[in-house]
Write a protein that binds this ligand. Structure first.
Ligand SMILES: Cc1cc2nc3c(=O)[nH]c(=O)nc-3n(C[C@H](O)[C@H](O)[C@H](O)COP(=O)(O)OP(=O)(O)OC[C@H]3O[C@@H](n4cnc5c(N)ncnc54)[C@H](O)[C@@H]3O)c2cc1C
Length: 85
């Protein structure tokens, strides 16, 4: 274990050679560029404060704007259950 990670402590470990450490900021930037190229808009620093639904669409209200879509996927992590539906 310590040959690979000198600061780890434990009894035994599994070594999975296919794993790695990535620069996730760089991964995110690349994903953003590719999505932007497909016409996707990404809005940063907006807090979702409400989600409502009408017959034709769902409406996501943030502190800055309201966005309407036929499908909304909420990815708020551990806070997903706190997002008003
Ligand atoms: C200390 C720590 C170490 C970890 N290490 C690993 C690891 O080594 N490997 C691994 O696979 N997993 C690891 N995990 C777990 C991993 O981080 C989570 O499983 C993963 O981040 C979940 O992704 P997610 O997109 O569902 O949620 P998140 O990454 O939590 O993203 C949710 C996002 O929604 C945003 N959000 C919440 N509410 C609102 C709102 N009202 N309006 C707008 N935005 C909102 C939050 O700000 C956040 O940016 C670790 C977790 C922790 C806490």
């Amino acid at each position: 274990m310590r040959e690979i990670e000198p600061h780890v402590s434990g009894v035994e470990c599994l070594f999975v050679p296919q794993t790695g450490i990535v620069d996730y900021t760089a991964v995110s930037e690349k994903m953003k560029d590719q999505l932007n190229a497909l016409g996707v808009e990404i809005h940063f620093n907006e807090k979702v404060i409400g989600i409502s639904r009408t017959e034709s669409a769902s409406h996501v209200q943030t502190n800055a704007a309201t966005y309407s879509a036929t499908l909304v996927v909420s990815c708020a992590g551990l806070h997903a259950d706190r997002l008003p539906a």
